[in-house]
Ligand binder design. Structure first.
Ligand code: SF4
Length: 748
């Protein structure tokens, strides 16, 4: 048997969603035979969903681009990498040289968080661009959590995670982890972890407008009016104060602002909020009492609480619920992860954090984490004047499908002077590009989910080497990103990205050896660089991060500590134990205390209050997840598209009857921004007055090259979303959209 025919097994973390499941990939030579969950993976223990099993389909997808494309006379042509880079230089540099850096914008999508190059090299493109016009998927679904963390804990990156494996009471708001795999809570095998809570006598309560799969697996489900979670949470908080159930325990002395919170909560009794949120006063009271009495409880909110007009308030109130009941920073409550590459917390105390260091040109939205809301990207392209966006770089993103007011954005992209995309596919967004630079296949590169381990329910370290050899002549994604940085900074398309990579690591090492708090303080930079020298690119960077992290080998100082060599010898990862309490040392606010009552959030409560008596709209739209989808980008994989049409409108039977909608017939859903027509699915799972349409569909751009997705195109739910935002975070409002629905004229 020749080497190319040998059956072999490779282990690789799944790059599709935040769960980071370990995969066991069986190959014959380089041919993928099948993919299963890796039973020995330290975090996932064998769990794997249909998407992970379809990773080979993405690797082998004939529609996945293997060569750069340039648009000439309206049609795409395959070209060499040299020609593609030269075209980028020719298109971008004149715009940059006209003097206004803001004329070039960057949008990066969620898959950037799932590649090593995206996690480690994006920052160099941002630095080279020097533009104010930065946009990402973060303002589509998660910025409120960063805002709450930044204002309360001093760092937007400090995300508290429910300690799923030890909690006795889990309150889930607006999340469906049994289908999504878990988000901002990396916990592969969510179904088993939730079942374990109930098996050990604990309780799960779900607050959600729809009876989702997670709601069905819970002890209790309470449907809530979309966008009203803040009322429900304030009602619970009112009960905690009124019945003297607030108990800070170990957090006493580490918080400030409790009297302000008491004053706010006093204004929202269960009787006052029940009508708005649709949850009975007795239920609000009982849940508050149960949550405070549980031996260990955790409240966890996600998409449904973030993608609404009070997203930041929701994120803040969920943290407050955990804090006021003494469940924050304790085992079984909510905790900050400290994964394998992390450095020890440096607090208490720090510089703190702020938003609004600059404002967007057209609508005056504050910058948050350096970004403006993606909901205003179209305004900035369409509106003439100094700073108008004339060129766009997209990296692993499909904003025409994922961002609000999609039809308007689609037209705006067509009006740009130049656009370049780094992407696997010619899709609804990249069809507007002048140049498309495809990264290599997912199995041709190494992988480590360092970003997602910052949100994991256990502390772990993991690295997966490439499963397949590099495609000859195809640069790695980090090389593409550094080449773009070099072009943008005027150093020329022909410059070898390896030179910039060497420079970056040399800078990192020489500044670390001068830093007192570093584990390599006082060491010779040249010695450390020579130890790192056998690797390059993201692997060298990773080795550096692991070795200098709190569990690292410190380049020999801590024998047995983590290095990339060690991780390569542990293909299932290293388990570093359960999450541990880190209060007060994690807190980096100027006061060194958890700020319970930041002024921006207190002010936003007054905006919330004005909506308490507003008449609820007759019909509102929410999104939903399916286990075979991951936003917009996996719809070209045949095994994930088989079966019934999933892009349907879920409607409660009462609504279907009053609107004249029949099962399977088409409904026309319209808002001020457009309309779509989709088949109706009548379902008791919906709350009357609430309908649901999944996002990520609408693959009908004539120029796109995704054959499977085109056959099952579905409709783009973002044609309906107007582009409103949560003012504190700039996060798009994608849930609770007022819609009109009629039977689709002329369609059966
Ligand atoms: S749950 Fe997420 S990480 Fe796990 S196999 Fe599925 S897509 Fe991959």
């Amino acid at each position: 048997m020749t080497l190319s025919q040998e059956i072999r097994t490779a282990f690789r973390t799944c790059p599709f969603c935040e769960a980071t499941c370990g995969l066991e990939i069986t190959l014959k030579g380089n041919e993928i035979l099948h993919i299963n969950g890796d039973k020995e993976d330290v975090l996932s223990g064998g769990y794997c969903c249909p998407k992970g099993m379809a990773l080979g389909e993405l690797q082998n997808d004939s529609d996945r681009l293997r060569h750069p494309l340039i648009k000439r006379n309206g049609a795409f042509e395959e070209v060499s990498w040299e020609a593609a880079y030269a075209e980028v230089e020719k298109g971008l540099l004149p715009i940059i040289k006209r003097g206004n850096r803001d004329a070039v914008a960057l949008f990066y999508g969620n898959p950037c968080a799932h590649t090593l190059a995206g996690q480690l090299y994006l920052q160099h493109i941002i630095r080279a661009l020097k533009t104010r016009n930065l946009y990402s998927a973060s303002t589509t679904d998660q910025m409120p959590r960063h805002v709450a963390s930044g204002l309360m804990f001093g760092s937007p990156a400090l995300i508290s995670i429910p300690d799923l494996d030890r909690t006795q009471y889990l309150l889930i708001l607006g999340a469906n982890p049994l289908v999504s795999g878990g988000s901002m809570c990396t916990a592969p095998g969510f179904p088993k972890r939730l079942a374990a809570i109930r098996n050990r006598g604990g309780k799960i309560v779900v607050i959600d407008p729809a009876k989702t799969r997670t709601a069905k697996a819970a002890d209790e489900h309470h449907p809530i009016r979309p966008g009203t979670d803040a009322f429900f949470l304030l009602g619970m908080m009112h009960v905690l104060f009124a019945e003297e159930l607030v108990s800070l325990k170990h957090l006493s002395g580490h918080v400030q602002g409790i009297e302000e919170v008491r004053g706010i909560a006093a204004q929202f009794s269960p009787e006052q909020v029940s009508g708005a949120c649709g949850i009975e006063t007795a239920v609000i009271r009982r849940l508050a009492r149960e949550f405070s009495a549980a031996p260990a409880a955790a409240a966890y909110g996600r998409i449904g609480t973030n993608t609404v007009c009070f997203g930041s308030l929701n994120a803040w109130l969920i943290e407050l619920l955990n804090i006021l009941t003494g469940n924050f920073g304790k085992a079984g409550g909510s905790l900050f992860p400290q994964p394998g590459h992390s450095v020890p917390f440096q607090g208490p105390g720090g510089k703190g954090w702020q938003t609004g260091r600059r404002r967007s040109r057209v609508k005056g939205y504050p910058e948050v984490m350096g970004e403006f809301p993606v909901a205003t990207l179209t305004d900035e392209i369409e509106t003439p004047g100094e700073g108008q966006i004339r060129a766009l770089l997209t990296i692993a993103g499909n904003p025409v499908v994922s961002s609000p007011n999609a039809n308007r954005l689609d037209k705006a992209l067509a009006s740009l002077d130049f656009m370049v995309s780094v992407d696997f596919y010619l899709n609804e967004t990249t069809c507007h590009a002048d140049v498309i630079l495809p990264p290599p296949g997912p199995l041709n590169t190494g992988h480590s989910d360092i970003m997602l381990y910052n949100n994991a329910v256990r502390n772990v370290a993991h690295y997966s080497p490439p499963v397949l050899p590099p495609q000859p002549g195809h640069p790695d994604k980090w090389e593409i990103m550094l080449s773009l940085s070099l072009i943008i900074s005027g150093q020329g398309a022909a410059t070898d990205p390896a030179i910039l990579d060497d420079f970056i690591i040399a800078q990192l090492v020489s500044s670390a050896v001068k830093k007192e708090s570093s584990t390599v303080a006082g060491r010779e930079a040249s010695e450390l660089l020579s130890i790192l020298g056998k690797r390059k690119g993201p692997e060298r960077m990773l080795d550096w991060m692991f070795r200098t992290g709190q569990y690292g080998d410190g380049f020999g100082k801590n024998p047995g500590g983590i290095s990339l060599d060690r991780l390569e010898n542990h293909p299932h990862g290293l388990d570093l134990g359960p999450l541990t309490p880190a209060i007060p040392e994690a807190i980096s606010t100027p006061s060194g205390k958890i700020e319970l009552a930041p002024l921006q959030l207190l002010a936003d409560v007054q905006r919330l209050k004005t909506t308490l008596r507003i008449k609820q709209p007759d019909l509102v739209l929410i999104g939903r997840r399916n286990i075979r989808s991951c936003n917009s980008w996996l719809h070209n994989l045949p095994s994930l598209l088989k079966g019934d049409n999933r892009c349907t409108l879920l409607v409660h039977p009462q609504d279907a009857a009053r609107l004249g909608l029949a099962q399977g017939a088409y409904a026309r859903i319209s808002t001020g921004t457009g309309f779509v027509e989709v088949p109706v699915e009548i379902s008791e799972d919906m709350l009357p007055g609430v309908v649901s349409l999944p996002h990520g569909w609408g693959h009908n751009a004539p120029e796109s090259r995704m054959a499977v997705a085109k056959i099952n195109a579905g409709v783009n739910s973002n044609i309906l979303t107007p582009g409103d935002v949560d003012p504190l975070s700039g996060n798009a409002v994608l849930n609770g959209i007022t819609v009109k629905i009629v039977p689709a004229p002329g369609r059966e």
